[in-house]
Ligand binder design. Structure first.
Ligand code: GDP
Ligand code: MG
Length: 635
């Protein structure tokens, strides 16, 4: 507080008043009338601009500090607006009474009456000083050049509802959502006659108005105790400085300048327009891609649409505020790329699916062909060739989508393809091995089938060792062939190799058992027994048919033959495997395979039933032989 104002000793006995309003609306003139001050007034003839700043003075013969805000003419915008906002906020924050000065013809005009500025000021005031409801501020609207017949009450009503509307639209901190305008402000309205048209009335009413600021006994006295900031006069300079610092450092007041606002608005408009042809181009391709197609020129067409859109934007937007343009362009390109990327990702996904499918199908086909050709082939070579081919096609599709300026690569998708192809290769390898196993088993089964038929048709005590020997040989051959397959299919894991060997062993053994079971099916086994019986009974040791003479002991001969045939039945019922046989080796079969169970070919009950049936057949044979002999005798 300046010494010359000699207010330092006033303690709390002083008031602060400030003025708010557009330039050249007679603010300084009014203050000088009300407080006897000598603030600069714009020269009526030269219309010279007064110096910018917040001017302070003491009212003549009164303990009132008056702040006159001198901005620039409303025609000049930009950084001056910044000063207007800051100075207005400062005035509002420190003064008990804020005179809001405006022409009558500005009432109801949002821009003309500086209502926009008022909104910002109220908003930031609430943010910065909103917690403090202890001292209200009086907003004293002084309507200048009141020449129309509209009564003051009507003008006041308009202003009042404008203010409420502004207040409702003010962004309030969450804890102050329900704060009302009247929690912070009292409102008062007055008007003055036209200074030039009615100079006497003007002076008279200005004088009356003055008394409201000077006459403590007046009913209209404006400085109510409730407006008072709890700052003693000698602390006021420090207080004002602190408020000013806070106001200046507040970012919310750094609102965009008019130029920036215009640039934002126009850039948005231009971007919207440029988006239209861009989207049209992309929308033609998007549904195809979404259906799983691969659109051949997607990248190229997109790039063209993107370039055109950016060119369109640049050609019009570049003339606006540089920084705004730069940011808007960045956002615009990001928007374009976001839309493109979504479509591209879809296309890459389709390409990935296509490559995987093609790889699986084509490899499968070629492996089958190679296997069918019965010539040597390498699994790795066959599959590798297909893999190179599909990978190349995938890369071409993906590379087409990498467009200059675009911020994406498809590295992870390429990796994903590799992973998928690896998995498919593993599956193909298994299928390949299964195919090889099946083929080996077929060959082995044929060999074993012939051997078994031969042996079982001429059964003797060595029959099982002959069969098992044959099995071991076949098994060895199949193992050798499988080793070749394993190497060929590049199965390097020992565990996997052992797995395939066990699978082969188990399969071969199961095939053996199958063939044997077929050979000992009811009719087959009965046939074998009957053949054995007839061989023994009807033919002699030299293999010649017997001709029975009456002296022959047909009964005992028959009994011997029957006995010998019957003894084969238990031999057929179970496979006999010696202890040193390869199938007894631990880990020979796949886990869970039970060798002993597989050895039984004919169960006990079936064995007894077959024994009975054979007995009956033998009886019939015997009777037939007898009858034949009797008839021979009769001739
Ligand atoms: P400020 O920029 O708001 O402080 O305005 P000034 O007080 O400097 O006045 C600007 C111009 O308006 C000067 O030429 C004044 O003579 C003139 N003026 C002041 N008061 C009034 C008024 O009530 N009515 C009219 N029509 N002109 C005024
Ligand atoms: Mg002025």
């Amino acid at each position: 507080m300046n010494k010359k104002w000699s207010l330092c000793d006033a303690g709390f006995d002083y008031n602060v008043v400030a003025v708010f309003g557009s330039q050249s609306t007679g603010k300084s003139t009014l203050l000088n009338r009300l407080f006897g001050t000598k603030f600069d007034v714009m020269d009526e003839h030269q219309r010279q601009q007064t110096t910018r700043g917040i001017w302070a003075d003491r009212g003549v013969d009164m303990n009132v500090l008056i702040l006159d805000v001198e901005g620039t003419d409303g025609r000049e915008r930009g950084e001056n607006q910044d000063f207007e906002r800051k100075s207005a906020l400062f005035s509002l924050a420190v003064s008990e009474v804020l005179i809001v000065n405006m022409w009558e013809n500005m009432v109801g005009l949002y821009n003309g009456a500086n209502m926009g500025l008022l909104k910002t000021v109220l908003e930031v005031n609430l943010q910065l000083f909103g917690g403090n409801r202890e001292n209200k501020t009086l907003l004293y609207f002084v309507i200048r050049d009141h020449v129309s017949p509209t009564p003051l009450e009507n003008l006041a009503g308009t202003l009042h509802s404008d203010l409420e509307r502004i207040w409702a639209s003010v962004n309030k901190p969450s804890e102050l959502q329900n704060a009302r305008l009247t929690d912070y402000f009292d409102l008062k309205f007055t008007s003055l006659p036209h200074k030039l048209l009615q100079p006497e009335n003007f002076e008279r009413e200005a004088l009356e108005l003055r008394s409201q600021f000077t006459d403590r006994r007046s009913k209209e006295y404006v400085f109510k105790p409730s407006y008072k900031r709890r700052v003693p006069a000698d602390g006021f300079p420090h207080y004002a400085e602190a408020v000013w610092d806070k106001v200046v450092s507040n970012k919310d007041l750094d609102l965009p300048t008019q130029q920036e606002l215009l640039a934002q608005y126009r850039c948005d408009e231009i971007a919207q327009a440029a988006l239209v042809p861009f989207r049209k181009a992309i929308d033609e391709m998007r549904p195809l891609v979404q259906e799983g197609d691969i659109v051949p020129d997607l990248g190229q067409v997109s790039q063209q649409a993107r370039d055109t859109a950016i060119e369109m934007f640049d050609s019009q937007a570049a003339r606006y505020h540089k920084e705004v343009y730069r940011k808007k362009r960045e956002a615009f390109v990001q928007l374009l790329d976001g839309e493109l990327h979504a479509v591209f990702v879809n296309q890459v996904k389709n390409a990935l699916a296509l490559a995987t499918e093609k790889f699986a199908n084509e490899s499968h086909k070629r492996l089958e062909e190679a296997a069918a050709a019965e010539t040597e082939y390498s699994f790795g070579e066959v599959v590798g060739k297909v893999r190179r081919h599909v990978t190349e096609s995938f890369r071409m599709i993906v590379n087409e989508l990498v467009i200059p300026g675009g911020s994406w690569t498809f590295g992870s998708e390429l990796k994903q393809l590799e992973t998928t192809l690896d998995a498919t290769t593993a599956k193909l390898r298994l299928a390949e091995m299964d195919r090889a196993l099946a083929k080996l088993r077929r060959t082995a089964k044929d060999t074993l089938g012939e051997l078994i038929e031969d042996v079982l048709n001429n059964p003797d005590a060595q029959m099982w060792s002959k069969i098992i020997e044959g099995f071991e040989t076949t098994n060895r051959d199949a193992e050798d062939a499988l080793q070749v397959r394993i190497t060929n299919a590049e199965i390097t894991s020992e565990e996997a190799q052992v797995g395939f060997l066990r699978k082969l062993h188990t399969g071969l053994w199961e095939d053996l058992v199958d063939v044997l079971k077929e050979e000992v099916a009811d009719q087959m086994v009965l046939l074998k027994l009957r053949n054995a019986l007839e061989d023994k009974f009807r033919y002699d040791e030299a293999g010649l048919p017997r001709v029975w003479k009456p002296s022959d002991d047909i009964d005992s001969q028959f009994a011997v033959a029957r006995e010998s045939a019957q003894s084969l039945l238990p031999m057929f019922s179970k496979i006999v495997v010696s202890n040193d046989c390869v199938v007894r080796r631990p880990g020979y079969f796949a886990p869970n395979f039970e060798l002993d169970r597989s050895l039984v070919l004919i169960s006990g009950a079936r064995l007894r039933e077959l024994g009975k049936r054979f007995g009956r057949e033998a009886d019939a044979l015997y009777l037939e032989a007898k009858r034949a002999m009797v008839s021979t005798q009769n001739h």
